[in-house]
Design a protein around this ligand. Structure first.
Ligand code: COA
Length: 161
C-alpha cells in the first residue's frame, strides 16, 4: 500500500490545497493531511480548528484522513507508515524553498521521496495569508476557500470586531 503525507500549516485550508488533496488521492492508496502545530508561529486558527475545517472539506474522499503533528515531518510520516511527501508548487518562487525542504527531509531520512504537484492555474495566486486579508476586509471569499471555511472566517472576524 502506498501511503503519502501532504503537510502544511493550513491556516486555513484553501481551494488550492483541496485541489492538490483531490488529485494526490487518486495517485496514492492513502493520503494523510498533516497539520503542523507550530508553537513558534501565531496562527489565526488553532491546530484542532484547522483540522476540523479540513475534515469537513475532505468529507466524502474515502482514502484521505487528517492528523495534527508537531516536531519533524519525517518522524510524523514514519509513524504513519508513509514513504512519500506530497507538496504543491504554485510559482517559480515556491521552488527554491521547496527544493531546500525536500533535500533536508531526504538528508534526515533517505527513505522518503518528495513528490511535487503543479497547482491548478486557477488557484496559483491563492495563499492562506491572502485569504485572511480578504476576509479581514469583508471581501468575496467564494472560490478561494471551501464553503465551510468561509463560515469560520466570517465568525472569527465578527468575534474580533
Ligand atoms: N495552494 C494554495 N496555497 C498553497 C499551496 C497550494 N497548493 N501550497 C502551499 N500554499 C501556501 C499556503 O497557503 C501558505 O500560505 P501563507 O504563507 O500565505 O500562509 C504557504 O503556501 C506556505 O505553506 P505552509 O503550509 O504554511 O508551509 P510550508 O509549505 O512552507 O511547509 C511544513 C510546512 C509543515 C511542510 C514544514 O514547515 C515542515 O515540514 N515542518 C515540520 C518541521 C520539519 O520537519 N522541518 C524540517 C523540514 S523543512
Amino acid at each position: 500500500m502506498r501511503i503519502a503525507v501532504y503537510p502544511g500549516s493550513f491556516d486555513p485550508i484553501t481551494n488550492g490545497h483541496l485541489d492538490i488533496i483531490k488529485r494526490a488521492s487518486k495517485i496514492y492508496d492513502k493520503l494523510i493531511v498533516g497539520v503542523l502545530d507550530n508553537s513558534s508561529k501565531k496562527p489565526m486558527f488553532s491546530a484542532e480548528d484547522r483540522k476540523k475545517m479540513i475534515d469537513e472539506a475532505i468529507n466524502g474522499i474515502d482514502n484521505v484522513t487528517c492528523d495534527v503533528f508537531s516536531g519533524l515531518l519525517v518522524d510524523f510520516a514514519k509513524i504513519k507508515g508513509a514513504d512519500v511527501i506530497v507538496k504543491g508548487l504554485r510559482t517559480v518562487s515556491d521552488f527554491e524553498y521547496e527544493l531546500q525542504m525536500a533535500l533536508l527531509n531526504k538528508a534526515l531520512n533517505p527513505e522518503f521521496e518528495t513528490m511535487f504537484m503543479m497547482t491548478n492555474t486557477k488557484y496559483s495566486y491563492i495563499s492562506s495569508s491572502m485569504v485572511k486579508e480578504v476576509a479581514k476586509y469583508d471581501g468575496e471569499l467564494d472560490g478561494l476557500v471551501p464553503k465551510n471555511v468561509i463560515t469560520k472566517l466570517k465568525d472569527k472576524n465578527k468575534r474580533e470586531i
